[in-house]
Write a protein that binds this ligand. Structure first.
Ligand SMILES: O=C(O)CCC(=O)C(=O)O
Ligand SMILES: [Fe+2]
Length: 290
């Protein structure tokens, strides 16, 4: 596995070469700025916007549990700002996987200049419906996992800095798997004693700064640490090949809800079913993922 890097622009054959056939992660530095989506939303923007907007925030416990509570977006931004000034207080939880364009439809105008050709045809006219939002204070961690639907992932870093620790899907048997998609190995702090099969030389570190784009192919294991208070969003999507492949993982206990959502995507990608109708069947997914 190697990281393929571009600066700002994308090559002509980006979708065909790197997304349809690719197995490697790919980073495009300065992608958002180059596509007119620069400095779109800072912390100020959400602080002033979200007084009445309630969002779930999550804590990932070391035993693998995820605890969820609710706060107003403005209060949440203020708690991050306080924490970043004086890191002695408790770190605020992680605002993780929020379907932001459904909660704040005005934000869609800010991303219309993005080239939709980076998505499969079926997604292009409204790719933002599939986007998930992340806001986090420095030090927040999303532990090692792969994405539950076995989708491709385009990850957009809007503000702050994140480090991704990436491992190929083929390393899943060496990372001490828990259930379908979580892993016990901590690539930042590996323990030879506890996890002797883990191969740190297979792990690739990728740093994302404001404006950067990271593409991860289906099944790529990722562990993510927020280095500087961060705002990001991603779009998980299927191609015909990735959605068909996902049904193979019945033998690895892919959960029934994931198979349900992939059946919906299959109907869209192969049969071209109207997205307006299909999306209502898919929408609950955006609140289902961790
Ligand atoms: O940014 C993070 O902390 C997690 C991102 C992630 O897991 C994803 O995009 O699938
Ligand atoms: Fe993920």
């Amino acid at each position: 596995m190697e990281l393929i890097e571009f600066s700002r622009g994308l090559p002509q054959n980006f979708f065909r070469r790197h997304i349809l056939g690719g197995e490697n992660p790919l980073k495009v530095s300065g992608f958002l700025e180059a596509n007119g989506v620069a400095k779109l939303w800072g912390f100020d923007y959400f602080r002033d916007l979200g007084e009445s907007l309630l969002v779930p925030v999550k804590t990932f416990d070391s035993n693998g549990d995820i605890r969820v509570s609710t706060t107003s977006l403005s209060d949440y931004v203020r708690s991050i700002e306080r924490y970043e000034l004086d890191q002695k207080s408790n770190r605020p939880a992680y605002c993780h996987d929020i379907p932001i364009f459904h909660l704040l439809p005005d934000l869609i105008d800010g991303v219309r200049s993005m080239p939709s050709s980076i998505f499969p045809l079926w997604y292009r006219d409204s790719w933002w419906q599939f986007a998930q939002f992340f806001m986090s204070p420095s030090g927040s961690i999303t532990p090692l996992h792969f994405d539950t639907l076995m989708t491709h992932n385009l990850f957009f870093q809007v503000a702050g800095v994140k480090e991704f620790y990436l491992l190929p899907f083929s390393e899943r048997s060496n990372c001490y798997r828990r259930g379908w998609r979580w892993f016990d190995v901590d690539p930042l702090n590996p323990s030879e004693e506890k996890h002797p099969k883990y191969r740190p030389d297979r792990c690739l570190k990728v740093t994302l700064r404001p404006g950067d784009l990271l593409y991860m192919p289906p099944g790529m294991l990722h562990h993510v640490i927020t280095k500087q208070a961060s705002i990001s969003f991603n779009v998980d999507f299927h191609t015909k090949l990735s959605v068909c492949r996902s049904f193979r993982f019945v033998s690895e206990s892919i959960p029934a809800p994931s198979l349900y959502y992939n059946t919906v995507a299959l109907a869209g990608l192969f049969l071209g079913f109207n997205k307006r109708y299909l999306f209502s069947l898919y929408k609950s997914y955006l609140n289902y993922i961790s």
